[in-house]
Design a protein around this ligand. Sequence first.
Ligand SMILES: Nc1ncnc2c1ncn2[C@@H]1O[C@H](COP(=O)(O)OP(=O)(O)OP(=O)(O)O)[C@@H](O)[C@H]1O
Ligand SMILES: [Mg+2]
Length: 251
Amino acid sequence: MLKIDHITIKFGGLVANNDVCTEIQKGQIFGLIGPNGAGKTTLFNIVSGFYAPTDGKVIFNGEEIQGLPSNVINGKGIARTYQNINLFKKMTVLENVMVGCHGQTKANLADAIFSTKKKRLEEEESIEKCHEILKFMEIDHLSHLKASSLPYGAQRRLEIARAMASNPQLLLLDEPAAGMNLSEKDELTQTILKIRDKGYTVFLVEHNMKLVMRVCDNICVLNHGIKIAEGTPAEIQANPEVIAAYLGGGK
Ligand SMILES: Nc1ncnc2c1ncn2[C@@H]1O[C@H](COP(=O)(O)OP(=O)(O)OP(=O)(O)O)[C@@H](O)[C@H]1O
Ligand SMILES: [Mg+2]
């Protein structure tokens, strides 16, 4: 589904991703791990169209997408969450998810101005769809609350719900367990498996190794922008270079 093909990105003298190659198959949960500053979020920023790489290609369903605007990439079926929660704080939970639906609606400006039946029907359908997604993420009972009033773990779930609203095939989750307590992390582990079972492919950046090792089919390890290993959770946990660079560090 996704091929990262010799991706390099430089910020001045810093090479944040250095000739990174990997592939994600449809239906996988694919992990991307590595120490702070390894280049994980940068790679997500390239795949989702926030940065154009200095060199290399990103191929999604057979099509080159590197350098395309993020809204175009989202329209092709890639959605993401953010390492730093990026919700519309003053909007309700439901409204935040509806923002995610936005690219999917067909009504035009005239339909909106004259509030045509087509527009109203579309609005009702998207409200229904957003409630379904919120139910799936187990936060529908909070749909009328302001996003900022949600506990931290629920805000992270809302970010995932909003990403799902754009009907993606591939979901990029950047540290979804960050800041969660132990029971929230366990619940999120189950939710990520449930997301995969629903048919989404998941590309996951996460520092919580219990979660990563439990859910991932395959894992790619970055260190200083360079891929140092790739394999199954068992292979990664036994890899001396990964242990030295990351897993042995007590993180
Ligand atoms: N827009 C930018 N301009 C300059 N440097 C950048 C930019 N974006 C990222 N970097 C640098 O690239 C390197 C990789 O950062 P990145 O955020 O991808 O790391 P990460 O693996 O996600 O780390 P963490 O686990 O802490 O989130 C860092 O040294 C960072 O400072
Ligand atoms: Mg990051």
